[in-house]
Design a protein around this ligand. Sequence first.
Ligand code: PAF
Length: 261
Amino acid sequence: MIVARSINELDLPRHGVVGLVPTMGALHPGHTALFRAARPGCDVLVASVFVNPVQFSDGADLAAYPRDFARDATLAEAEGVDVIFAPSAEAMYPPGFATWVVPEGSAEGLESAHRPGHFRGVATVCLKLFNIIRPEIAWFGQKDAQQVAVLKQLVRDLNVGVEIRVVDTVRDTDGLALSSRNARLTADERERARAIPRALETRDEAQARAVLECAGIEPDYVAVADLDGPTLAVAARVGAVRLIDNVRLVDNVPFREGETP
Ligand code: PAF
C-alpha cells in the first residue's frame, strides 16, 4: 500500500478503474463496509484520510475528532486499499486559498441549520479530492444521507465525471449507527442513544419525536426530507456528542436482517 502525504507524492497507478473512499480517518466497520463494497469494482482503490477543518463549524468538535493514522493505515491495508492519500491541511488549503463550492438545494435545512458552512466545506473538499485523485467511482455511507444528496447534486450540477455509490448504514448490535463519535458516549449516554434507531424504526416523524422525548433526548431535528428519496432524518445531542441517523422511507423494512434496532 502506498501512503501519499502530499499531492506531489500522489503518483497513482492509473490502470483500469480508480475508486475513491473519502474518509476523515478514525476508521471503523462502517468504513470497512465502504472498502468492501468498493474493492471488487475497481482496479486501484484509494482511501483519503483527511480531517477536513473547513467542514467543522465548532472548533471543539474539530479538536476532539479522533486521529490515529497508524491504526487507520493498518485497517485500510487489511481491506485491500492500494493507496492512502493523507494530506496536511496546509496542502489542501494553502495560504491564499479562496475558492469555495457553496451548494444550495439539498444542502439547505437539516444539518445546515445547525452546522453553518458544513456542506460548503464538504463540497469543496470532495471536489478537490475528485480533481486530485480523478476517480471513476466514489463511495459514501447512507448514514450521512444529506451529504450523499449534496454530493450527487454537486456531480450532476458541475458535470463532474464521478459516479457516487452509496453503502447502507452499518449498525452496532444495539442498533446504533456506527460513527467515530460513538466512542465519546458514556455507558449511560450510549443507553439513551439507542432511542435514535428506535425512533427511526417508527418511520413516522411524530412517533419518532415521541420516542426521543421519552428517552429525554431533545433533537436538533426530526424531519422527513427528500434526500435522494423520502428519508426520515434525526440529529440529536446525547451528552456532548452529536449523532445523526436516518432511514429511507422507500424501503420496506427500516433495518436490514441481522441488525437490531
Ligand atoms: O463523511 C465524511 O467522512 C466527510 O464528510 C468526507 C466525505 C470525508 C469529507 O471530508
